[in-house]
Design a protein around this ligand. Structure first.
Ligand code: PLP
Length: 382
């Protein structure tokens, strides 16, 4: 017998108690009972985003929340920068273009993060910018971008809104919406929040809400002003994904009980220990600086066979490379419901699969490196 294990960087694993909560008989979304749950969820989401602004819950995947933001804040011809350092960053640009916006692309090698001089130069060259879009954790390449610093640079050099795709970073990396002066932050349920897909979250600053008054793009389902009015009454304009919200109440409670700081530290440890393990089995890490949500690794020789053994013999689902990184890298998620046991397990399975394809390394070295990283951290925290 082998247990199937999900190590993809979204969707990520869901705790049993969240699944059980979602399996309860459905309740009505206009009932007092559901309103009470919504009130708790809304307040937990503000804690998660470290904000006093409303965090709106939309029934869609994360892409829907990005689309909603563009429709609600901007107009045809509005100019925006996007920093293209991966598949999801690239998508931000094509979405802007899809809505008739003028896009300025800052091109960055996939596997790296934007250089601050690049950002400053682009900001100074385009004084009439409405927005700058950045991906906090670029899931396609495993790269982290320093949003705190980028937001500071953007505010110092322009009037543009700082818009953050935090889909694989919220609940993983520190993200302080208010104190970093972020204007837009977005996430979705199936990454750091230990939930199935289906919900997306968007938080807007006061400045961003001002933009929403001037936007002329058509909107209806994703009219965020309507969503905000409903939010004030712990409600939604349309039928929400009731059972998902019931599950979210449990998962957010688990996150906040663990403590946000502890959750961020746990992800850092998992990422660090898996990276140590990967180096110890003589594989090459891809991407720098590393996101704590996902570790990207160059495929070994016989990579296809390696991945197939991992999947079929060990029942482990990792993600392969996307687009131009297809057949070049594979990716391990550490998102959400993921612990030290998972870090040890993935290295153990990787070692066995590598041995099966004839990769040369010392057996046990990967697992040992994970274990040593964990032990060092325990020692440091004493
Ligand atoms: C997963 C992901 C997306 C896409 O989100 P969906 O929920 O699939 O729409 C966008 N950006 C990043 C960084 C992601 O990790």
């Amino acid at each position: 017998m082998i247990k199937p294990r999900l190590f993809s960087p979204g969707p990520s694993s869901v705790p049993e108690k969240v699944n059980l909560a979602m399996a309860q008989p459905i309740i009505h979304h206009r009932s007092a009972e559901f309103q009470e749950i919504s009130e708790r969820v809304n307040s937990s989401l503000q804690k998660l985003f470290c904000t006093s602004q409303p965090v709106l819950t939309l029934t869609s995947s994360g892409t829907g929340a990005i689309e909603a933001t563009m429709q609600n804040l901007f107009s045809v011809g509005d100019k925006g920068i996007f920093v293209n350092n991966g598949k999801f960053a690239e998508r931000l640009g094509s979405m802007m273009r899809g809505f008739g916006m003028e896009t300025i692309e800052i091109t960055v090698d996939w596997g790296t993060s934007v250089r601050h001089e690049q950002l400053i130069e682009a900001l100074r060259k385009h004084p009439d910018l409405k927005c700058v879009w950045l991906v906090h954790s670029e899931t396609s390449t495993g790269v982290f971008t320093d949003i705190e610093l980028c937001a500071k640079i953007i505010h110092e050099n322009s009037e543009a809104l700082v818009c953050v795709d935090g889909i694989s970073s919220v609940g993983v990396h520190t993200l302080l919406f208010d104190s970093w002066q972020i204007d837009v932050a977005i996430t979705s349920s199936q990454k750091g929040l230990m939930m199935p897909p289906g919900l997306a979250f968007v938080c807007l600053s006061e400045q961003a809400w001002k933009f929403s008054k001037k936007s002329t793009l058509p909107k209806y389902y994703f009219d965020l002003a309507k969503a905000k009015t409903a939010w004030l009454k712990n409600s939604t304009p349309w039928t929400p994904a009731i059972n998902l919200v019931v599950g979210l109440d449990i998962s957010l409670n688990q996150i906040l009980n663990e403590g946000l700081e502890n959750v961020w530290n746990r992800h850092e440890l998992l990422s660090k220990s898996v990276r140590a393990g990967i180096k110890a089995v003589d594989l090459k890490l891809f991407g720098f600086p590393a996101s704590h949500a996902v570790t990207a690794i160059e495929l070994p020789d016989n990579g296809t066979e390696f991945l197939s053994i991992l999947k079929n013999k060990h029942k482990i689902t990792v993600a392969s490379g996307q687009d131009k990184l297809k057949n070049i890298i594979f990716r391990i998620g550490h998102l959400g419901y993921s612990d030290e046991g998972d870090a040890l397990t993935i290295l153990s399975a990787i070692e066995q699969s590598l041995k099966a394809v004839g990769h040369n390394f010392t057996a046990g070295a990967g697992v040992m490196a994970v274990q040593q990283t964990i032990l060092q951290t325990i020692q440091q925290n004493k």
